[in-house]
Design a protein around this ligand. Structure first.
Ligand code: FMN
Length: 376
């Protein structure tokens, strides 16, 4: 027994010694063409650790190489958690089943990337203004004051002008020598890495505004199949210092289940036969429910209505005396009648008009809406 214990202790000690020596190695990709002194070394390390960009093979990162449009939308798609969207592919040059097909479908559905003349041109290099425009749209097209001009400001295409103002004001992008933006120059992989690192730092920045109080306790209840509604729910909870309660189906939805383009998929079956929409949740009651006086209910829009997994919660709770605020995310549909239908289903509670957000809504957009609700 003693020998057995000693052996285990030795194995654990060895494992810990190895673990301690590994992180530095694992975190640093050690590309042969990225000198530790290069201005982009930290950014390359960042995008590698966060699995946003890969090397190009043979231990190289190719920092001076260009980034294709397919690569960029795939990176953004990964940052967003690889959402599955129901959107008809409209580009003749994006076949089904490639490594970038679903990313392009998502980017097109969110109007993050546009094509030209029915083509997406996946292999074309991304220009600096295209890169900034896509990130800006990904961030929810935030407003920006035109700040200091670049010397080549006049060369920036109209579609990218606001995006460049925003990117400069928020520190996402810096000019080149001579205060040039070089809008049509192709974005090198090192530049893309640096811009992504700046952008992520911006996204992760805590909201500096004071949290409005609800004057009571608020709870954010949500269902989210692919993470968009979850993110918005998180922003609401953060802005109000509110609790969160995720609605989790006993039988969760897989990507295949959510594939609306497949006629026999689970969502299509449930959509076609209302009796199948009775989706059981792992939990449909909240501890200390009586303590909450404001309840947000969030869901994705499915075929114009609230995704039905929220029904189990709505039907089984008493909302008497509570203010209920529905919110949803969608590719393009509005909130429609989804809130009213849920209010009818609940039969109790003071249901408000609610709000629709795009799947890519930013923290600022959500916080702005919350602060306009006049809670408190
Ligand atoms: C089955 C299904 C049906 C959908 N129907 C619509 C729709 O009618 N209108 C729309 O704008 N988006 C529709 N979408 C897109 C989602 O509403 C959108 O991607 C949402 O942000 C996903 O939220 P989630 O990531 O929290 O699941 C649908 C998505 C799925 C999976």
């Amino acid at each position: 027994m003693k020998n057995w214990k000693r052996a285990i202790t030795l194995i654990l000690a060895l494992a810990m010694a190895l673990a301690l020596s590994i992180p530095g190695f694992a975190a640093n990709a050690d590309y042969s063409d990225v000198s530790p002194d290069a201005w982009y070394a930290g950014a390359v390390d960042y995008v590698t650790r966060h699995e946003l960009m890969n090397g190009v093979g043979n231990g190289r990162f190719n920092p001076g190489g260009s980034t294709s449009r397919a690569m960029l939308v795939t990176t953004l798609w990964r940052m967003r958690g690889e959402p599955v969207v129901n959107y008809l592919m409209q580009f003749s040059d994006v076949p089904g089943g490639t490594w970038y097909t679903e990313a392009v479908r998502w980017a097109a559905s969110e109007r993050i990337a546009e094509g030209y003349n029915g083509r997406f041109s996946p292999d074309d290099p991304v220009s600096r203004e295209q890169l900034v425009a896509m990130l800006w749209r990904y961030a929810g097209s935030p407003a920006a004051e035109p700040g200091q001009d670049f010397t080549d400001e006049g060369d920036i295409s109209d579609y990218a002008a606001q995006a460049v103002d925003w990117a400069r004001a928020s520190g996402v992008v810096n000019g080149k020598d001579g205060n040039r933006f070089d809008p049509q120059g192709s974005a090198t992989r090192a530049e893309v890495a640096a811009i992504l690192q700046n952008f992520q730092a911006l996204e992760e920045m805590p909201d500096p505004g004071p949290a409005p109080s609800t004057g009571g306790k608020a709870l954010v209840v949500y269902f989210s199949a692919t993470g968009s509604t979850e993110r918005v729910a998180g922003y609401i909870a953060e802005a109000l210092n509110a609790g969160q309660f995720e609605l989790v189906p006993v039988n969760p939805y897989t990507s295949a289940d959510l594939n609306w383009t497949e006629p026999s998929s689970r969502v299509n079956d449930e959509h076609d036969d209302e009796s199948l929409r009775d989706v059981k949740l792992t939990a449909n009651t909240v501890d200390n429910w009586a303590d909450y006086d404001t309840v947000f209910i969030g869901y994705p829009i499915w075929w114009g209505i609230a995704a039905w997994p929220v029904n189990d919660f709505v039907k089984n709770n008493d909302f008497t005396g509570k203010t209920v605020i529905p919110f949803c995310t969608s590719s393009s549909s509005g909130l429609g009648q989804s809130g009213e239908l849920l209010a009818e289903m609940a039969g109790t509670g003071d249901w408000q008009a609610g709000q629709r957000f795009s799947s890519g809504a930013s923290r600022e957009q959500v916080a702005q809406w919350v602060s306009g609700l006049g809670l408190g």
